[in-house]
Design a protein around this ligand. Sequence first.
Ligand code: EPU
Length: 424
Amino acid sequence: MDKLVIRGGNALSGTVTVDGSKNGALPILFATLLAEEPVTLRNVPRLVDIRTTVRILGGLEAEVQEDGDKLSITTPNEGSVTAPYELVRRMRASVCSLGPLLARRGRAIVSRPGGCAIGDRPIDLHLKGLAALGAEIRSRQGYIEATAKRLRGTTIFLSGPFGSSVLGTANIMMAACRAEGVTMIEGAACEPEIVGLADFLIKLGVPVEGAGTPTVRVEGVDSIGGADYTIPPDRIEAGTYVIAGAIAGGDVLVENCVPGHLRSLIDILTRMGVRLEIGDSSIRVWGATKIEPIDIATLPYPGFPTDLQAQLMALMCRADGIGLITEKIYPDRYMHIAELNRLGARIRKEGPTAIIHGGQPLSGADVMASDLRASASLVLAALIADGITEVHRIYHLDRGYVNMERKLSALGADIRREYDETGV
Ligand code: EPU
């Protein structure tokens, strides 16, 4: 397996450009299953998760042509309705094939996603929503089979014990596009990725209202056309580089982002004493000399995103004093604590809360990436650790960050990828 070798201590400076949003692109790729005409998607990030999705779409008989960051997709009416375990197990977002496939072909057989390093990730809300639309759901031999001659619009309350579900909302919105009548989703996720999906569905000719609020209205239609759509920038990638700048800048300009999607991060960093300059589509950040500790919680949008929790923890290791993070979306998403501690951090988990004793000197070590955002956090900590850190199992990083080592290296970091010739 490839690894990253990082020598800490270099100050970052320069400009880094953000790619298209992974979590924005994934549901939209599955939504192309609804379209009877060709779809063109632009600014699609070239990531492993996107490749996995393209393979799933290919298995469902979609014809996908790739040209750099542009994908052209045509999906016939008839074809396979199965998303196999072999692909679904690699990426939980594959569950988003259920809604559009069911709506388009009247049947969907999708492997139940398995366990995940960030904790329990149930799909009960997805299934509850589809059942409310009139789908018959069966679960057998690790697969979910959903059937419906024609879905029927209804009002669905979709929030669960941890609040709204991003992909659950996306799945039901997609299924509702071809349902008879109007579907109202109450307790919908408000994340920008839902707004992006709604914009795409509107381009396909489906009337969608209220995206970005807890009530989304989808009016089912009989036929769905094609569209040409540009994937918005990745707010989590942008946030990761803003935090990198705060940890190890220098003077870093993060461009091609939507600062409005990062209000909670901007507020938190400002309270920590980080100097920021907010542009229309950029955030400039200066490395902080003194960092104030802080007490924060992850929350659904517009709250602080769980997908930036691990990266912010790396920054909190530099704070003067004790900081707290409470994880309210995935209470067990703390695999990075033990690895940050290997670098010399002093962090203790107490239930869903991490207690970070900032100001401990970090020194390079071998560490293991456990999931995508945890990997990013280890890379950020390595930038300020004394000596060399080797981050192993970085295939997680490749699922969500386009060329991270090249982008950081261009900012002045001493970072290189060591390829594993054995391919293990
Ligand atoms: N939940 C349920 N039942 C469900 C679905 C979710 O109880 O049926 C719970 C989850 O266990 C969690 C909470 O609801 O406690 C929120 O989960 P959500 O469904 O919103 O997560 P998701 O849609 O599966 C997306 C992102 C994740 C991100 C979360 C939260 C994609 C592909 N994934 O997952 O991104 O952490 O929203 O914002 O969009 C990542 O990119 O690293 C990543 C994990």
